[in-house]
Design a binder for this molecule. Structure first.
Ligand SMILES: Cc1cc2nc3c(=O)[nH]c(=O)nc-3n(C[C@H](O)[C@H](O)[C@H](O)COP(=O)(O)OP(=O)(O)OC[C@H]3O[C@@H](n4cnc5c(N)ncnc54)[C@H](O)[C@@H]3O)c2cc1C
Ligand code: FES
Length: 367
């Protein structure tokens, strides 16, 4: 009887093993698309393995297209023009492309799978984006959910960027998370120190990258970042400036203020920092020091939910009602906003109502 059972188990195991082997062979056969060519701007030609996304295939060749959402098809940062190949437009791309972009063959590089040769056009500036190896030089707790992380660059060991731009940080697997992801973080330090970068990272409950940063990242650990990316930087004009950014949105504004300080830019500037309670305030004294070091700067924290026992003496409610005191000449004012899409929409609407031209309102949406 025991022999019979053992025989049955052996036969069953052999059948399962056979199926598994067939599956592996089938996978290899059907997912082997062969090699394809990517023609870039009619100037460079790469040969890559098919089946991968255009975004990852370029990344493997050290060409880093912005991908703020890490390739999830939600940010639209990876738009690029495809003049030949690329396959049919996917339903995941449509919501992020305007009519004009669709007509111009703009696609999302993270959604396009390479199954044939392809011709693309990308800005030459993308070739300046590098992958950096760095170590963690400092971790500071700014609030209960926000940390400042300083990276010492190792390879390459210097970076050149515009204050306001962002980097993409690559996570490592950690207990409960096998997957590596890439997320965008604005550089919070000024461009003066070309060997170091600081990022300000706020914990998102259940968030893959922020859980890694807050719960697992260690001093001296080696990590990888790519960048710099983005066009959120101070325009070279003499217009007055309104900054609006709460939470970790303070990061690029801090970088811009440090740069203004180094360059001695004398423009009138007001920074509205919206937060819920005093627990959400951070770097307050540091922000106030710019009121001394810059020619005409005011830092205005505004709390929406401060309790009486907090004894908050500053401004309360939302930031919008305080704009009118800071705007001298709306037509000669630029605004720089950073944070959630909801905040950006509400603040943009209010600034336009105050007479600031829509094309002078610049923003980085963290959504
Ligand atoms: C250009 C740019 C610059 C950015 N700069 C910064 C920065 O300087 N500092 C910073 O802390 N973040 C910044 N972000 C946001 C950051 O890229 C991540 O989206 C965020 O840290 C969450 O990543 P995660 O992997 O922890 O969460 P995920 O695993 O991506 O998300 C987990 C869940 O939380 C939701 N979620 C994602 N983001 C948020 C959020 N911000 N608030 C609430 N819920 C969210 C998701 O929808 C999902 O359900 C920036 C984003 C962009 C596009
Ligand atoms: S990387 Fe975000 S949409 Fe493609």
């Amino acid at each position: 009887m025991l022999n019979l059972i053992l025989k049955d188990v052996t036969v069953l195991t052999a059948i399962c093993g056979g199926f598994a082997l067939l599956l592996v062979i089938a996978q290899k056969l059907f997912s082997n698309y062969g090699d394809f060519k990517i023609d870039i701007n009619g100037k460079r030609e790469l040969t890559v393995k098919g089946g991968n996304s255009l975004l990852n295939s370029l990344g493997d060749q050290q060409i880093f297209i912005p991908s703020a959402c890490g390739g999830r098809g939600s940010c639209g940062a990876c738009k690029c023009k495809i003049t030949e190949g690329g396959g049919p437009l996917l339903p995941t791309e449509k919501p992020l492309l305007s009519k004009a972009e669709l007509a111009d063959n703009i696609r999302l590089a993270c959604q396009v799978k390479l199954k044939s040769d392809i011709r693309i056009q990308i800005p030459e500036s993308i070739f300046n984006i590098r992958k950096f190896k760095a170590t963690i030089a400092e971790i500071v707790d700014y609030t209960y959910d926000t940390k400042g992380i300083t990276f010492q660059l190792l390879e390459p060991d210097t970076i050149s960027f515009k204050a306001g731009q962002y980097m993409q940080l690559e996570t490592k697997p950690y207990p409960g998370m096998k997957q590596k992801v890439v997320r965008a973080y604005s550089i919070s330090s000024g461009p003066k120190d070309e060997h170091k970068l600081q990022l300000i990272i706020r914990l998102v409950p259940e968030g893959i990258c922020t859980t890694w940063v807050h719960k697992h990242l260690q001093l001296n650990e080696e990590v990888f970042l790519t960048g710099p990316y983005g066009d959120f930087f101070l325009r070279d004009t003499e217009a007055d400036i309104i900054f609006v950014a709460g939470g970790s949105g303070k990061a690029p504004i801090k970088s811009i203020l440090e740069d203004m300080e180094v360059k001695g830019i004398p423009r009138k500037a007001t920074y509205f920092f919206g937060a819920r309670t005093t627990k959400d305030l951070y770097l307050t004294e540091y922000m106030q020091h710019f009121e001394q070091s810059l020619a005409d700067f005011s830092y205005v924290p505004v709390l929406s939910h401060s309790a009486p026992e907090e004894n908050w003496q500053g401004k309360t409610g939302f930031v919008m009602p305080y704009f009118k005191d800071a705007i001298r000449d709306p037509k000669n004012t630029e605004a720089y906003l950073c944070g959630s899409p909801g905040m950006i929409n509400a603040v943009t609407k209010s600034l336009i109502e105050h007479g600031i031209p829509a094309d002078k309102i610049y923003f980085d949406s963290f959504g």
